[in-house]
Design a binder for this molecule. Structure first.
Ligand code: KIV
Ligand code: NA
Length: 263
């Protein structure tokens, strides 16, 4: 696969072609995932849960994100690498610049941060300085203690209306992509239509421009009951590489997620 850029993904959106995103945290999986036709690898702060065994993403540090981003870069075969800015590493615009700098120097092509209105200036400043930003809306796990748990967001009309406004404003501020987590499928479809930038969904239905899953979840190795939006791709695959390929193909064909995976 030739190298995926923001330009590639914008063109996919305009052509109505979906793309696949999967988390990756190390070089071997990065190699397998990027050769499986997955356009974007997310070095997610979910690593705090699936690699470190914490009960939230809050303990993850910028140094840890840099370490895993460098490992993913080492194995990458042409996918775009998106890295999460971890909890409180972008509390002020100045902090965000410093944190984004070390992630980009480690190999990220774009950084992701969680939140809405308070991030407008930060997103503008980063974009002006050459750092593309993906804004994460809906269920934002770094705010779990404010949200009161991992719950579907944007269910009532006023919250839904606000989320559409947030999405449009973040695009105007300079966001290059959006990620929507655990929101009603209908709302995710409306937001995807309301903005020109590519929209990635998880637990957000079939109408976003792209899908993301946590690798451990789709391989069926995360302990406990898996969330409704997860599909276990090892169930019908002989090996891990085939599971990654099946996921990429189903996302692009629009057969994953099905209605049963949405809210
Ligand atoms: O950290 C992560 O893996 C994420 C995805 C769940 C969207 O942010
Ligand atoms: Na994350």
């Amino acid at each position: 696969m030739s190298s995926i850029t923001l330009h590639t993904l914008m063109a996919r959106k305009q052509a109505g072609e979906k793309f696949a995103v999967l988390t990756a945290y190390d070089a071997c999986f990065s190699h397998l995932i990027s050769t499986a036709g997955v356009e974007v690898m997310l070095v997610g702060d979910s690593l705090g849960m699936v690699l470190q065994g914490n009960d939230s993403t809050l303990p993850v540090t910028i140094e840890e994100m840099v370490y895993h981003t460098a490992a993913v870069k080492a194995g990458n075969q042409g996918s775009m690498i998106m890295s999460d800015l971890p909890f409180m590493s972008y509390g002020t615009p100045e902090q965000a610049m410093d944190s984004a700098a070390v992630l980009m120097q480690a190999g990220a092509h774009i950084v992701k941060l969680e939140g809405a209105a308070w991030l407008d200036d930060t997103i503008t400043l980063l974009a002006e300085r050459g750092v593309p930003v993906c804004a994460h809306l809906g269920l934002t796990p770094q705010a779990v203690n404010v949200l009161g748990g991992y719950k579907v967001q944007g269910r009532d009309n006023s919250a839904a209306k606000k989320m559409i406004e947030d999405a449009v404003r973040l695009e105007q501020a300079g966001a290059a992509m959006l990620l929507l987590e655990c929101i009603p499928s209908l709302l995710a479809g409306e937001i995807t239509k309301a903005v020109d930038i590519p929209v990635i969904g998880i637990g957000a239905g079939a109408d976003t421009d792209a899908q993301v899953l946590v690798m451990h979840d789709m391989l069926g190795i995360t302990p406990g009951r898996s969330p409704r939006f997860v599909k276990n791709y090892m169930a019908d695959s002989d090996d891990i590489a085939s599971a990654f390929k099946a996921y990429a193909e189903e996302v692009k064909a629009g057969t994953f997620p099905g209605p049963e995976h949405g809210f």
